[in-house]
Design a protein around this ligand. Sequence first.
Ligand SMILES: [Zn+2]
Length: 329
Amino acid sequence: MVLHYPGGIDLTEFGIEIPVAPDRTQQVLDALAANGGPGAAWLRGPDGSAIDRDDLLRVHAPAYVERGFGPGVDELMIEVFELRNDDGSYHRYNPRAARRPLSELFAGWVRWMSGTYQCGKEALRDGFCFYLGGGAHHGHYDFGHGFCVFNDIVTAIRRLQADGSVRSAWVIDVDAHKGDGTAALTADDPSVATLSVHMARGWPLDLPERDRLGRPAPWLIPSTIDVPIAPGEELEYIPRLRQALAGLDASPPPDIAYVVDGADPYEHDELPSTADLRLSLARMAERDEIVHEFLAARSIPQAWLMSGGYGRRAWEPFAAFLSARIAGR
Ligand SMILES: [Zn+2]
């Protein structure tokens, strides 16, 4: 299944100048349509699943959640999207260009999280679902960074656990950036195993050991399995991914796996902080096939999320993977 929530978030409407192509989901759908898919049998829309305040409170600090629902929402979004420099001036943010208030960005964000939960339910029903959204793996208990307000992945898993739909989960994160929020939120929880394959250096692994509030840096927060890829190690990527997946086999198969399928390791990604990892389209496709086959061979329901992927060609790895799925390869 391909799950699409129409009316995605366009950051430029809020005056935010981060190069997330607002139409990358549409570009993926257009590419699939050009190949004769996805068609009604594959495409799903919102089914009324909704992540609400109680779901957020299962995962995040009450004071943090309430900021989003009150007058603190503008400041919250400026923090999370890192729109202010240390000297107080704006960074990648031009409020004069905004056509909508940041409170609407927050509301849209929470609605967007609902797709991650629905994606899990679709995966449990059909074995595989790819949500054209989701993957906010930098959302922490009481703060967010890297454009992630809350952590939709852990929120969805906790909701599915509360529903009684699943007991255990894996999170396989192949976005270019380490899944630090997911690791922190599931630390010491034997019901969730996390695997993160990411750039060995650069954001968020270059943050100081403690931030100004004393919180530990992402490099101090281990995933169950971490696979750092250093600059120039692109040829090592696939063998090390295979090795890491084999490491997950040490734990019993879970009831569901979320795959955080960022396209930002792609060589044509345009976010400056991803320049250290440059996988070809063929290697990106191989990455996704390996994860898909690994889970399918174990009959583990797969819920895939888009996560990162920036610039004009971010849609290409997603379209390649989904074209293969729809064609039944
Ligand atoms: Zn990323």
